[in-house]
Design a protein around this ligand. Structure first.
Ligand code: UT7
Length: 349
């Protein structure tokens, strides 16, 4: 059975740099708080109308496709991970197929938030291993800046997120000791509402606390989106940050060790760990727990914030471009986030 290898990788971030100080014009926050709690110094925001999640994904994809020595016409499957799609439906996969003038290939959207890229990579990996496809484009992209609460009410979330995209082309390889060794996917829906965007949605408070909108009396036209939902900021992401933090620092090391053990490695064997860029403090905790040196972990949340599904491919791409990921290196990718979902992938570059 062939393995999949990352044949090409690309990233795209918008030109517009937004510093922590810039955010103080919208909300009661400050550079010291943001840096101390998250490590973030600045992030990028997409152009309001000219850039979308799909267009940013396409920019990253163009680079990945060129580096893989192939063309958009040769892509035989698309997997697109995002939580901030251009439309509620259809998904960004088909929008990318159209934007890049690809053949009428399958296009799958993955909705696993911070773990989205690793879920997408795992799906693509299975299709390569079975021989079904030979050139799969895997994209993680987000345009968070269009859906954040830019008031003091939303400051615990809005200061964290940034926009951007990363993409890889997966191809089969028969080369000994190269490619994706394994992927590991997990979920625990018990805490789904701890990090979620409640509305619009079809749940009608079936799961969530009954106290935020009275659906029993709501006119049918207001079931999907109402002024009350907007007044209560339910059209923006909600996060209980401390609960997410506590779970993340347990599940990150666990899923990394799972990948290492599945392949007979130890943490000392890792040449490069690329953690999802959720919070620099989480990455540092994981590094400490696994006794990794600074050279074994790559972080760039300082420059881009948390770009959710895009964060792992952006960080991997940047590390590779800087020569920090080289042929033969043992690379571990890991993520944790909303759902909760968490995942890892171990690969030989
Ligand atoms: O990728 C998705 C997964 N997400 C994560 O992994 C996030 C994990 N969680 C975190 O990163 C942290 O919980 C945060 C960075 C989100 C928040 O840090 P924290 O240390 O947990 O702060 P907190 O929410 O407990 O808030 C502490 C204080 C509060 O004020 P009081 O009640 O103590 O007066 C907040 O209102 O900090 C206040 N605060 C802020 N102050 C200035 C919250 N956000 C801000 C802000 N600027 N942006």
């Amino acid at each position: 059975m062939p393995r999949s290898k990352i044949a090409g990788i690309g990233m795209y971030v918008p030109a517009n740099v937004v510093t922590n100080d810039d955010l103080t014009q919208y909300m009661d926050t400050n550079d010291a708080w943001i840096q101390e709690r998250t490590g973030i110094k600045e992030r990028r925001y997409a152009h309001r109308t000219e850039e979308t999640t799909t267009t940013m994904g396409a920019e990253a994809a163009k680079i990945a496709i060129e580096r893989a020595g192939t063309t958009a016409q040769d892509i035989d499957f698309i997997v697109f991970a995002t939580l901030s799609p251009d439309y509620y439906f259809p998904g960004c996969g088909v929008m990318l197929q159209r934007a890049m003038k690809m053949k009428e290939v399958g296009a799958l959207d993955v909705r696993n938030q911070c773990s989205g890229f690793l879920y997408a990579l795992s799906v693509a990996d299975q299709f390569i291993k079975t021989g079904m496809y030979k050139n799969i484009l895997v994209v993680g992209a987000e345009k968070h800046s269009f859906g954040l609460d830019f008031t003091t009410r939303g400051r615990n979330i809005s200061v964290i997120f940034g926009d951007g995209a990363g993409a890889v082309v997966l191809q089969p390889t028969e080369k000994e000791g190269q490619g994706i060794l394994s992927t590991h996917l997990h979920s625990d829906g018990e805490s789904a509402e701890i990090l979620a965007m409640y509305n619009p949605g079809t749940h009608a408070n079936h799961w969530a606390d009954k106290n935020y909108a009275d659906f029993d009396d709501a006119p049918i036209a207001e079931m999907f989106m109402s002024h009350a939902m907007i007044d209560k900021a339910q059209n923006f992401p909600f996060m209980d940050g401390q609960s997410v933090f506590k779970k993340a620092v347990v599940k990150f090391p666990e899923v990394i060790m799972e990948a290492l053990q599945a392949n007979g490695y130890q943490s000392t064997d890792i040449n490069m760990l690329i953690p999802h860029q959720a919070n620099l403090r989480i990455s540092q905790f994981v590094q400490q727990k696994l006794k990794l040196s600074d050279e074994q972990v790559y972080n760039n949340i300082q420059q881009y914030g948390n770009t959710t599904a895009a964060s792992v491919p952006i960080a991997l791409c940047e590390a590779w471009e800087k020569g920090k990921v080289k042929e033969g290196d043992l690379v571990c990718l890991a993520a944790f986030g909303s759902g909760f979902t968490w995942a890892s992938a171990l690969l030989k570059w």
